[in-house]
Write a protein that binds this ligand. Structure first.
Ligand SMILES: [Zn+2]
Length: 445
């Protein structure tokens, strides 16, 4: 016994000296880190990705979102359409023959896309996924178009419109941005109303709740895999739990006419949100939340802070509801990551993967990989910028940033002695594909 222990200690000692994989992790990677990065990237490039959040579609298709950019859009540096990396994307995807997007050059790209749109069919966007080695892409869209292959593009529909059944003049006038957003919510709600063959709003709150819940059920039957909330653009992500009587009184007073006060509207919305959450649990329909900074001069960082959702995601009544923190809470990405300690809470890194340069995104991933790696998912937030610069190039940028940032994060962790290369591949596969595939039932555990 004694000899065995001594032998074991001796072995560990020798291993500690010669093999960093069994040593204490160090604060600096070894001098081999660049080689490890290259080796890991080669393998990571072979892993098909599952994109948890994108807005695929042609530039003239307004259904790529249920809202639109505000009048004074304030794009951060990397997301401006003069970012030269987009040229690299256009070259990689289409063999774009120019080195800039001067109007006379960008025309080449716009014409290529217009031709694909005119030709119709699903081959064009399937081809983009194939080129980027993306298996499945969740399509956040008002409605799905015929040109997206439903086997590869799964529909995520929007839930915010259910918050706006009354006279919205007060909401619309509250900021110039709301002047753009709210009429689009009214349009979306009118489409749900038409879909459900409703002539007028029901006389009581129970009738309205039934309409909301039925629309969710029908959308799921029509292929919807999740319900998305852009609520952070419109209001606080903090939802109270008002009693039915209070919401009932507000509904009775305003469902036919009259403009509710901001406070009355908030109470009503909080009540509807709770009924949507109940139904999402019943249907097994994950709830997606925009949980990062947003565009425009009036987006409130305070109201949009992911921690506002803590009372909901930690509520024991909602253990059967899956919550997905889309965009991973940035700039509160650590708060978001810590919320994924809750069993039914996930996050994705969409938008961060476009806005942050790989060296910055690497640091985010390094943190996420060492907290709850089984809860993090890839996402692009790909979106068409204009006729020339489409969702395609933005999907390319997110994919390249993610693969390179991930390889770098893992290379450093491996070379610092945190874990083995085998473990690194497992983490990469889970983040890029398997965590999402399990969540949406495309892959059984
Ligand atoms: Zn988005």
């Amino acid at each position: 016994m004694k000899t065995a222990v001594r032998l074991l200690i001796g072995t560990l000692f020798v291993a500690g000296l010669t093999c960093s994989a069994f040593a204490q992790a160090l604060p600096y990677p070894s001098a081999n880190v660049q080689k490890t990065y290259e080796r890991l990237l080669e393998e990571i490039d072979k892993i098909p990705m599952y994109d948890n959040h994108a807005h695929p579609g042609y530039a003239d298709d307004s259904d790529v979102d249920a809202m639109a950019s505000p009048p004074d859009e304030s794009a951060t540096l990397r997301l401006r359409d003069d970012n030269p990396e987009f040229v690299a994307g256009a070259k990689a995807l289409f063999g774009y023959p120019y080195d800039d997007f001067k109007p006379e050059h960008a025309k080449w790209l716009a014409e290529k896309k217009a031709a694909a749109e005119k030709a119709g069919g699903t081959a064009y966007f399937d081809g983009i996924l194939d080129k980027l080695n993306v298996d499945i892409c969740l399509a956040n869209r008002a409605m799905m178009p015929a040109y997206l292959d439903r086997k590869r593009f799964h529909w995520v529909f929007f839930g915010d419109a259910f918050f706006y059944p009354f006279d919205n003049r007060g909401e619309t006038a509250s900021t110039p941005d709301m002047g753009v957003y709210v009429p689009l919510q009214e349009k979306m709600l009118a489409r749900w109303k038409k879909q459900e063959a409703l002539e007028a709003w029901p006389a009581d709150l129970a009738g309205y709740v039934a309409f909301v819940q039925k629309t969710m059920e029908d959308n799921q039957k029509r292929g919807g895999v999740a319900i998305k909330f852009e609520a952070a653009y419109f209001r606080s992500l903090y939802f109270t739990d008002p009693p039915r009587e209070k919401a009932e009184a507000i509904y009775s007073k305003y469902h036919a006419s009259g403009t509710p006060t901001a406070e009355e509207y908030r109470v009503f919305q909080d009540y509807i949100f709770r009924r949507i959450t109940d139904q999402a649990g019943k249907l097994g329909l994950p709830m997606h939340f925009h949980s990062a900074v947003g565009i425009g001069d009036y987006f409130s960082l305070h109201n949009g802070n992911v921690l506002n959702l803590e009372n909901v995601v930690r509520d024991a009544r909602y253990k059967n509801v899956t919550f997905v923190l889309v965009h991973g809470g940035w700039p509160y990405e650590r708060e978001a990551a810590l919320l994924t300690a809750v069993k039914n809470v996930y996050l994705d890194t969409s938008f961060q993967s476009e806005m942050l340069y790989p060296s910055q995104f690497k640091l985010v991933l390094k943190q996420l990989l060492t907290l709850f790696p089984d809860k993090m998912m890839y996402g692009s937030d790909a979106f068409p910028f204009n006729d020339a610069l489409g969702a395609e190039e933005s999907m390319w940028l997110a994919a390249r940033t993610t693969r390179t940032g991930l390889a770098a994060a893992l290379a450093e962790l491996v070379d610092e002695g945190a874990f083995s290369e085998t473990k690194a591949f497992e983490l990469a596969r889970n983040y890029l594909h398997d965590n999402a595939a399990h969540l949406y039932g495309d892959l059984k555990r």
